[in-house]
Ligand binder design. Structure first.
Ligand SMILES: NC(=O)C1=CN([C@@H]2O[C@H](COP(=O)(O)OP(=O)(O)OC[C@H]3O[C@@H](n4cnc5c(N)ncnc54)[C@H](O)[C@@H]3O)[C@@H](O)[C@H]2O)C=CC1
Ligand SMILES: CC(=O)C(=O)O
Length: 374
């Protein structure tokens, strides 16, 4: 199989879908890899690093897309839809629930679209989302701490406080991978931390993990309203896999926050979990202010720490890419239930229920589609 690696084109997206080690793994399995010129530059990998492992460097994005399987980091942007064609395997983050146009383009062109973020193990874990959630969770607190500084428009609160002065209040909604990593960083800085989740067992685990040093609260609108009101930094970290994020924090709750507080809505890639987060922001222009509160809603946070993120992401994506390349998508999907859950669009049909529901489209299971095809 020929695998293509286009350069990422989203604002400040410095990650790349493969490292030289990933090229080596595919080449050792008998595959060819084409890498667009300077695709690895933002992650400090040179063309020569790739060609030394057997990759061919191509000048244009069109050449990197004219392959059997394209590996990317972020969802294709409209300028890339023209490269779609029947049978192309697209292996990347897709976040289709808030993306109706992309969903339709993938259906119309009958792309086999496999989303990193919905590949799911039997225990519910999302192994290809996890490393970027670790990165974004950790970043959310360092970013929030910065925007709390006066010169960035914040209220001038130091999250750790100092002796004799109250600590900052960090409130995290969603106690999964992003939430846990945000809490770790916030505790490390010395802040008071509250985590809300709908899953009471998860709250028990967090209470054990942090040995009682975080306040856990069951997530309901009453508890969210009272926690949000006191937050200096609010982190949105909820997920219902594949679905549009639930809007848990209302505009009235945001109005109750004190001016100069900061919201980092990490769940923006699934549409955002806070009512006043009405746009996606970019690393170039990451914040806007509403009701006196600073809002940060960058959908590719890990792109800013690209070297770390590219290594962490490709550690987990490449083994699945090798399976797809070795077996072809149909057999790889049949053999690996976790990978099958990643298939969002196939043969013109939406094969992930939460995505079909988000767009009011018919759903066809991947098994059904494969049965009809053979
Ligand atoms: N903006 C960015 O650059 C990035 C965004 N993300 C996004 O961050 C979000 C969170 O990801 P993970 O932590 O990996 O997910 P996860 O699945 O590990 O955790 C989500 C948590 O939300 C909880 N939850 C669901 N409904 C809830 C509700 N109504 N109230 C409170 N909690 C609720 C779940 O019980 C779960 O514990 C996802 O949308 C993910 O795509 C991840 C990485 C980078
Ligand atoms: C998960 C995701 O959307 C990202 O890493 O950019």
């Amino acid at each position: 199989m020929i695998v293509g690696i286009p350069k990422e084109i989203k604002n400040n997206e410095n990650r790349v879908a493969i490292t030289p080690a990933g090229v080596a793994a595919l080449v050792q399995n008998g595959h060819s890899v084409v890498v667009e010129n300077n695709a690895g530059k933002g992650s400090n990998f040179t063309n020569e690093d790739y060609s030394a492992q057997g990759a061919k460097i191509v000048e244009t994005a069109a050449e990197a897309w004219a392959v059997d399987m394209v590996m990317k980091v972020k969802e294709p942007l409209p300028s890339e839809y023209g490269y779609f064609r029947e049978g192309l395997i697209l292996f990347t983050y897709l976040h289709l629930a808030p993306e109706p146009e992309l969903t339709r383009a993938l259906m119309e062109k009958k792309v086999v679209a496999i989303a990193y973020e919905t590949i799911q193990l039997d225990n519910g874990a999302l192994p290809l989302l996890m490393p970027m959630s670790e990165v974004a969770g950790r970043m959310s607190v360092q970013i929030g701490a910065q925007f709390l500084e006066k010169q960035y428009g914040g209220k001038g609160v130091l999250l750790g406080g100092v002796p004799g002065v109250p600590k900052g209040e960090v409130v995290v909604i969603g106690g999964g991978i992003v939430g846990t990593n945000a809490a770790k960083m916030a505790l490390g800085l010395g802040a008071n931390v509250t985590i809300l989740d709908v899953n009471a067992d998860r709250l028990r685990q967090l209470d054990d993990l942090f040995q009682g040093r975080v306040q856990t609260l069951i997530s309901n609108s009453f508890n969210i309203a009272s926690a949000v009101k006191k937050a200096d930094l609010l982190v949105g970290a909820v997920l219902i896999p594949g679905a549009r994020a639930p809007r848990l924090v209302t505009e009235d709750m945001v109005k109750d926050m004190t001016p100069g507080s900061v919201i980092v809505d990490v769940a923006i890639d699934q549409g955002g979990s806070i009512e006043t987060v009405d746009r996606i922001t970019t690393h170039d222009n990451p914040t806007y202010e509403k009701h006196g509160v600073i809002h940060y809603a960058v959908a590719n946070m890990p792109g800013a720490v690209a070297r770390t993120s590219t290594l962490a992401l490709t550690n987990v994506t490449v083994p699945y890419a090798v399976q797809l390349a070795n077996k072809g998508y149909a057999q790889a999907i049949r053999d690996n239930k976790a990978l099958a859950k990643g298939v969002n669009v196939i043969d013109g049909k939406v094969s992930y229920k939460a995505v079909a529901d988000a767009h009011n489209l018919p759903y066809a299971s991947v098994e059904e589609v494969l049965l009809v095809k053979n």
